[in-house]
Design a protein around this ligand. Structure first.
Ligand SMILES: NC(=O)c1ccc[n+]([C@@H]2O[C@H](COP(=O)([O-])OP(=O)(O)OC[C@H]3O[C@@H](n4cnc5c(N)ncnc54)[C@H](OP(=O)(O)O)[C@@H]3O)[C@@H](O)[C@H]2O)c1
Length: 424
């Protein structure tokens, strides 16, 4: 540019008006071009090369067809979440393969890869209940990118990619300031359940305390009168209709800790001795101690998922552990032990199924606690049995501590009330 026509602007120097007019028209043309470019030009899709290592358990036919889909996902806080929109799908085999597709950059916050193996060879998309087809899902973190590689291990029941996501987060959970967690406790009218209810209520939690006969639950009623955050609900854990009706009543209510405490305790009886087995009596054990907690865990899962803590806890017993069985047990407690072993396996399976949903399953052994009004303590002293009896307050506060601090990695592990992991 010539120093003759214009000098630097400012300090009282003169700007040539012809140049100003010329610049104005240039700016007008450039601005128009920019607006046109922004509004009209499509964003070119990104060519992506995706390398996948797909494996499956040993009993899956290595030549089985694997169905593979890649999706856009809206990015939530840190995690990729709904809604998912399919970009491309492929058919492949187990092993390592590379796939090429165009990723439409507009509207895509991330890449989700979902694969399922056609175990039964019928080429029909799986459902969780109906088929043995197995699946896995992976999120590609560093994205958009022209190269991506992930591994998938097809091991969980095939249920579609949405199954892996917790779903929309309800408003209540987003309102963190002032959030009051909620616990639902079964069998809260006496024994360990009553003490759980008392300690959670005193800690300021909202409580849904269930009992088979609320009218007869005098101590629980007194607690509810003292704590306005506590409501009493009727529930028999063997009654599926009641469980479902209660879940309908509390639909949308986050439940931070679903505490399966109700159970038939391990008092010895002659019907539980081999060759005198009373199988009808056994059914009451298995229905109450194993099926009830499993059904409640299924039915209230969406409440747990909607909460902040996302805990399913069960009060089990070391009497249900095979390691303990080797060491012998109290005669006449077979049904109790079998029902607790079944409960343990239910919970190990539920923990595995829920890991990707961020739900932690806690199995707790309360120790030996006298919930028989001092009878056990008295017997222990008089007969010099040498039992280690744990005070109820200590057992419950220890279990609450575990519930509030257990990491997701420890889901499905049995813990002693005092914190030590235990073997099954
Ligand atoms: N105490 C221990 O040393 C010990 C040791 C290991 C494990 N546990 C386990 O801890 C849990 C609580 O034991 P606990 O000593 O507190 O027993 P508990 O004093 O006998 O109380 C059992 C509770 O479960 C309820 N219940 C039984 N069947 C039910 C059903 N079908 N539906 C709903 N509620 C039902 C009872 O209600 P009702 O009043 O209506 O009968 C009661 O509230 C049990 O799962 C037990 O196996 C206890």
């Amino acid at each position: 540019m010539s120093g003759k026509r214009y000098t630097r602007v400012g300090h009282g120097s003169v700007l040539d008006f012809a140049v100003v007019r010329h610049m104005r028209s240039i700016i007008t043309v450039l601005t128009g071009a920019l607006v046109f470019a922004c509004s009209e030009a499509p964003v070119a899709p990104l060519p992506v090369e995706l390398t996948l290592g797909i494996s499956a358990p040993a009993d899956v036919d290595p030549s089985a067809t694997v169905y593979l889909s890649v999706y856009h996902a809206w990015t939530g806080e840190g995690d990729l979440r709904h809604p998912l929109e399919m970009i491309e799908s492929f058919e492949t085999k187990l092993g390592t393969s590379t796939f090429a597709f165009n990723y439409p950059v507009e509207g895509g916050d991330g890449l989700v890869v979902y694969a399922w193996v056609d175990t039964d060879g019928d080429a029909i998309h799986c459902t969780p209940a109906g088929r043995r087809d197995l699946a896995d899902l992976a999120e590609v973190g560093e994205f958009p990118s022209e190269q991506a590689s992930v591994s998938l291990f097809l091991e969980v029941p095939c249920a579609g990619p949405e199954w892996f996501f917790p779903g929309p987060v309800p408003k209540q959970v987003q309102q963190r300031p002032g959030y009051v967690p909620t616990v639902l406790i079964t069998g809260s009218n006496r024994g360990l359940g009553l003490e759980f209810t008392r300690q959670y209520a005193e800690a300021g939690w909202k409580g849904i305390a269930t009992a088979r006969r609320p009218d007869a639950a005098e101590e629980l009623q007194a607690l509810a009168e003292a704590h306005t955050n506590l409501v009493i609900e009727q529930l028999d854990v063997t009654d599926f209709d009641m469980i479902e009706a209660l879940a309908t009543k509390y639909q949308g209510q986050p439940i931070d800790v679903l505490l399966n405490n109700a159970g038939i305790a391990g008092d010895p009886s002659p019907q539980q001795i081999f060759r005198k087995f009373d199988f009808e009596y056994f059914e009451s054990y298995i229905r109450t101690n194993a099926i009830g907690p499993a059904k409640i865990s299924e039915t209230f899962l969406s409440n747990v998922q909607a909460s902040e803590e996302k805990i399913i806890a069960v009060i089990t017993s070391r009497a249900g552990s095979f390691t303990e069985a080797e060491a012998g047990g109290i005669p006449g407690t077979t049904f109790y032990r079998v029902s607790k072993a079944a409960l343990n396996m239910f919970m190990v399976e539920i923990a595995a199924a829920l890991e990707k949903r961020g739900v932690t399953v806690v199995l707790l052994n309360p120790g030996m606690v006298d919930t028989r009004g001092g009878m056990l303590v008295e017997m222990n002293e008089k007969m010099n049995l040498g039992l280690t009896i744990t005070p109820i307050e200590e057992s419950i506060s220890g279990m609450i501590e575990i519930i509030s601090s257990i990491p997701l990695e420890d889901s499905g592990i049995m813990h002693q009330y005092s914190g030590e992991p235990m073997s099954f």
